[in-house]
Design a protein around this ligand. Structure first.
Ligand SMILES: Nc1nc2c(ncn2[C@@H]2O[C@H](COP(=O)(O)OP(=O)(O)O)[C@@H](O)[C@H]2O)c(=O)[nH]1
Ligand SMILES: [Mg+2]
Length: 400
């Protein structure tokens, strides 16, 4: 799951509403509304159907003109204000939501027309780079607070009873979507001694936790409100932070999706342009508004950035890949004859057997080998899946 974070009034909810408005061509996913601030967005990838020259019948996803749309969960986190980690504002709610996220999209008001607390100010007056630093610090401080709670007890167990720090922290932080390899990575980056936690200073603990945050909550910046004249120059400065920065206009995306929903324009989220389908039904104001979007956003930045930000969160931050499991490697279909029924978005490094487990526990347990449907070659359980693989799994037990 990916969380949308940022201070108030930057456009998080606009981004969320736009991203979770299903394209008109596809029936909304059955679990579209989970909670008011939790919904389903779609990853957009080039489907393998064209390359393989087949007409597909997607089941767990949709395919529009060769674009596979795969549902993923998105959460619109409460606006963050300084000192949230101490419980200020909606701090606790915010942190409770960030807890579950595997990656974060930090929506920033690139136009600089909201101050550090999210209050409107003169466009260009506020420096959005400050927002980036403040959010990092808030999340790190919150994690420090959790780790510090029983640091001494934990240190004693490690130093006197020989318990491993990595294992102890893993248990302590399991509710924060922090994994073992994140902890190992943070230790490696700080070079701190895992056998002597009692010797760590407060600064050591802070830098360790900061690395832990970077590893376990990778983040990109959606530089929003790019339609505003003051946004352009902040874009370069935001890029200097080292983060992946996607120029964005959530308001434009929302307008385009709504116009597409009504059949007024042809537009698929992520497209570089739109096509007016019903010129007679567009009022002069709507026509002008769409033209402004084309000029100020699409022509300049190549898209509204909303789809790109969601795709980047999965494919760049999390290194995910898309694979297509099929039962019949010849006809590329499931037992009901549906061609390329499913697209799975899985972590990079996933093996054939791990994929089998993701499909069905029993399939994982009875796995014999897999078949690459393109080459018809046999693949062993340790085969590491590649992006776009079409895979059939052969197991000892016939599934009913
Ligand atoms: N100019 C401009 N305004 C936007 C954009 N996205 C959102 N807004 C406006 O910013 C204000 C706050 O938006 P909202 O989504 O409620 O922000 P949140 O508090 O971060 O959830 C609203 O007035 C939106 O219309 C954008 O891309 N461009
Ligand atoms: Mg909001």
């Amino acid at each position: 799951m990916v969380g949308i974070v940022g201070k108030p009034n930057v456009g998080k909810t606009t981004f969320f509403v736009a991203a979770t408005l299903a394209p008109a061509e596809i029936a909304p996913y059955p679990f579209t509304t989970i909670k008011p601030n939790r919904g389903v967005a779609y990853l957009r990838v080039k489907c393998v159907c064209r390359e393989l020259g087949v007409q597909d019948n997607p089941v767990n996803s949709a395919c529009i003109n060769g674009n596979r749309l795969i549902p993923v969960e998105l959460i619109d986190c409460a606006g963050l204000v300084p000192d949230a980690w101490r419980g200020r504002g909606l701090g606790n709610r915010f942190l409770d939501e960030v807890r579950k996220a595997d990656a974060l999209i930090h929506v920033v008001d690139a136009s600089g027309s909201t101050d550090i607390e999210g209050r409107p100010c003169r466009p260009g007056e506020h420096d959005p780079v400050e927002d980036v630093r403040f959010l990092e610090r808030e999340i790190t401080m919150w994690m420090v607070q959790i780790i510090k709670r029983d640091w001494r007890k934990l240190s004693r167990r490690v130093e006197l009873l020989g318990e491993k720090l990595v294992g102890a922290l893993e248990k302590r932080l399991s509710g924060l979507a922090v994994k073992r390899h994140h902890i190992v990575e943070a230790l490696r980056r700080t070079g701190l001694d895992p056998n002597r936690p009692s010797s760590w200073s407060d600064e050591d603990l802070y830098s360790f936790t900061d690395e832990l945050r970077k590893a376990s909550k990778p983040m990109l910046i959606a530089a929003n409100k790019m339609d505003m004249p003051t946004a352009e120059e902040n874009l370069g400065r935001l890029r200097e932070t080292g983060y992946l920065v996607v120029p964005c206009c959530a308001e434009a995306e929302l307008a385009l999706r709504r116009a597409a929903e009504k059949g007024l324009i042809r537009y698929l989220p992520g497209d570089p342009d739109f096509e007016v389908l019903e010129p007679s039904k567009l009022g002069p104001e709507q026509e002008r508004a769409l033209e402004v979007i084309r000029e100020r956003v699409l022509a300049r930045y190549g898209s509204t950035g909303v789809q790109e930000a969601i795709n980047s969160a999965y494919f760049d931050l999390l290194g995910a890949i898309t694979v297509y499991p099929v039962e019949d490697p010849e006809r590329l279909c499931d037992h009901q004859g549906r061609v390329l029924p499913d697209a799975y978005v899985v972590p990079g490094g996933t093996t054939a057997r791990e994929l089998a487990y993701m499909i069905h526990t029993e399939l994982g347990e009875t796995f014999i080998y897999a078949i690459d449907a393109r080459t018809k070659r046999r693949l062993g359980e340790d085969y590491v899946l590649k992006d776009g693989d079409v895979i059939s799994i052969v197991s000892a037990k016939k599934r009913g």
